[in-house]
Design a binder for this molecule. Structure first.
Ligand code: CU
Length: 332
């Protein structure tokens, strides 16, 4: 976090300079400790298959294990745990755009200490880079996909609506290495408008054309220190939609991103489908205000619903209640 902060300060101060982001965030999560990675290597040398969480590749284990961070079943993955030495060399042109001005965002994956080497990226969810863009107060969100150019860079055009700082999460996977999220910044010129202030949870988000999505955290509240399950129901004109009837968007029935307001921590939430509803799992590491955006597709059109979640510190008292609910659920 300290490094990211330094980089964002540098971007603000030297917005015209290309910033080589030196920090690698594996899925925005804490780095694998040396102890864990040596354990992983030994397992690999022993000829056993490695199982890793699809969303948190640093979490490895054996077949049948589940990820303590999100509750997903670990999947066979021989690449799991391979450290990513890759980060995005990023430029925006113009470097300090005006509100509403078209900006070209360019990024090139670079291997540390090998600046001339081209870095192939795997296609994930039908794209090589998912770029999530949010305003500093998280009142504005966009999800775009830079496309590969002949020179090995990826670029995409964007228009930022208002002055102020924007955080860009470049979500990608170098071939043979870990899933990576780089945190980039663009500062838009002008007087920054007052930041949006958030109050209570907003768990129903309208999406246009009569669509809305409602979230319900299992156990009734959002807490840290536990794998959260959140139910997501899609409604169309007041009637529940079986989410299996939605079209695939980027190779899945929905995509969800959650970002913390205070430190812009990026959580890619994996929505699985259960009984015609979404079952979203994630882990909140710190208490505070989070915003979420879920995106899905119907009749060729992409819809976005947005949410406000107030996450409390999970402690012995409030988690006890959650466990009871969980047990009830398990007995069904
Ligand atoms: Cu994407």
């Amino acid at each position: 976090m300290k490094k990211e902060f330094k980089i964002s300060m540098a971007v603000m101060a030297l917005a015209t300079v290309t910033i080589f982001s030196a920090c690698n965030n594996s899925g925005g999560e804490a780095k694998t400790s040396d102890k864990d990675s040596s354990k992983m290597e030994m397992t690999h040398e022993g000829g056993d298959h490695i199982y890793a969480c699809p969303m948190h590749p640093e979490v490895t284990g054996k077949e049948g294990d589940t990820c303590p961070k999100c509750g997903m079943k670990l999947e066979h993955n021989d690449n799991a745990g391979a450290p990513s030495n890759v980060s995005m060399q990023f430029t925006s042109n113009p470097a300090t755009p005006k509100p509403g001005e078209e900006v070209t965002l360019s990024m090139t994956p670079k291997i540390k200490d090998k600046p001339t080497e081209q870095v192939p990226l795997d296609v994930e969810h039908t794209k090589k880079i998912h770029l999530i863009v949010v305003s500093d107060d998280l009142s504005w969100f966009d999800h775009i996909h830079p496309e590969l150019n002949a020179d090995g860079s990826y670029s995409v055009k964007e228009k930022f609506p208002a002055p102020g700082k924007y955080t860009l999460f470049a979500d990608y996977k170098p071939s043979g290495a870990n899933h990576t999220v780089d945190y980039l910044n663009v500062t838009v010129a002008g007087t920054v408008p007052a930041a949006k202030v958030y109050g209570a949870d907003k768990l129903t988000g309208t999406a246009g054309d009569g669509f809305s999505v409602s979230l319900t955290p299992e156990g009734g509240k959002f807490l840290t220190n536990m794998a959260m399950h959140i139910n997501g129901v899609v409604m169309l004109n007041g009637k529940e939609v079986d989410v299996t009837t939605l079209e695939d968007y980027l190779g899945a029935k929905a995509h969800m991103v959650v970002v913390s307001l205070a430190d812009k921590k990026y959580l890619h939430v994996h929505p699985s489908v259960e009984g015609g509803k979404f079952d979203l799992h994630t882990t909140f590491e710190k208490p505070g205000v989070y915003r979420g955006w879920i995106q899905f597709q119907s009749k060729g059109k992409v819809y976005t619903s947005d949410f406000v979640m107030n996450v409390a510190e999970g402690n012995a008292d409030n988690m006890k209640g959650m466990d009871m609910k969980k047990d009830e659920h398990a007995e069904h």
